[in-house]
Write a protein that binds this ligand. Structure first.
Ligand code: PBG
Length: 322
């Protein structure tokens, strides 16, 4: 008689036949840095996540490296006065992110640094591109993204991750990198990025007060799946080394489809709202924190993800070590 329960009867037999496993090298840890004189500043909507000073970011980078985390993703929280209509702080060679990259690389050279390429932390309206007459203009934004990429790479970033969803930006950035001798810089494109309610806490984290309108003219419609395949195909053809699907859990079907279709390294971002949802449920006593975190991360592996950007990264790295 077929008794599938035979294999489930003990921990050792379950481990023996486990089809997927979560490993610390699957984890990319997003951190928020600020330019204020405060070591750590809690983020109200992201329990357990703080905005860090540069010194504190370097300390965390060391701890992450010692835990076996391979890559940090850096996000800036800028002073209000640096957010302008032309987003010029994004292309400042001595801006926050290039400075953080230099600080981390000088003390922790063996951790990978991933930087976001998009203008939302730097614009006064919170959109990812330049806003002209009520529209996000594509090609002028791409020119800014190129400059933003170069200042971040010159600061020491290893992976650039355009999250802006402008058309043609991967090709333009790849050409600019080649032309300036940065042949080895990796591009992880936010290729299938959906216009999502789940980014709410992130906007609080980077200090976007009131976004005017929504991002639906550049981020994808959650109704679509074929479109994700087209977006990924374009970004690979333009020179992306790795692609990303975002958000995570509500788009597991897209993670699976992209990884099966393209056989390129496919990453997934368990975004702020997914993290906040688990934290809130745990706070109410509705579920177990560690089991919920590990189960969601394993689901991404099962769907075919090569790795996961997650705010749980440091905690889970500690769990995996024990
Ligand atoms: C923006 C960007 C966003 C996130 C990463 N880069 C938000 C957005 O597009 O509005 C979201 C990350 C998260 O929610 O955890 N360029």
């Amino acid at each position: 008689m077929a008794r599938p329960r035979r294999l489930r009867q003990s921990a050792w037999s379950r481990d023996l036949v486990a089809e997927n496993r979560l490993h610390v090298s699957d984890l990319i840890w997003p951190i928020f840095v600020h330019d204020r004189d405060i070591a750590r500043e809690p983020i109200r909507s992201l329990q357990g996540v703080d905005r860090l000073s540069i010194t504190e970011a370097v300390k965390e980078a060391k701890e992450a490296r010692d835990l076996g985390i391979k890559v940090l993703a850096l996000f800036p929280h800028l002073d209000e006065r640096l957010r302008t209509v032309d987003a010029k702080a994004a292309i400042d060679p001595n801006g926050l992110i290039p400075t953080v990259c230099r600080a981390i690389k000088s003390e922790v050279p063996d951790i990978g640094l991933l930087v976001d390429v998009a203008l939302d932390p730097y614009t006064d309206h919170g959109h990812d591109g330049l806003l002209v007459d009520g529209k996000i203009v594509n090609d002028a934004t791409v020119e800014m993204l190129i400059q933003q990429t170069l200042v971040q790479v010159e600061g020491g970033a290893d992976i650039v991750a355009p999250s802006d969803m402008m058309d043609g930006r991967i090709g333009a950035i790849r050409n600019a990198l080649e032309a300036t001798g940065h042949h080895d810089t990796l591009i992880m494109s936010y290729a299938a990025k959906y216009a999502s309610a789940f980014y709410g806490p992130y906007r609080d984290a980077i200090g976007v007060k009131a976004l005017k309108g929504d991002k639906k003219t550049y981020q994808m419609d959650s109704a679509n799946s074929d479109e994700a395949v087209r977006e990924v195909a374009i970004d690979i053809s333009e020179g992306a080394d790795m692609v990303m699907v975002k958000p995570g859990l509500p788009y597991l079907d897209i993670v699976q489809r992209v990884s099966e279709t393209f056989k390129v390294p496919t990453f997934v971002y368990q975004v702020s709202g997914e993290y906040a949802m688990i934290k809130a449920a745990v706070e109410k006593g509705f579920m177990d924190h560690d089991r919920a975190a590990l189960e969601t991360l394993l689901a991404f592996k099962r769907a075919g993800a090569s790795g996961i950007l997650t705010y749980f990264a440091k905690h889970v790295a500690q769990l995996l070590r024990n």
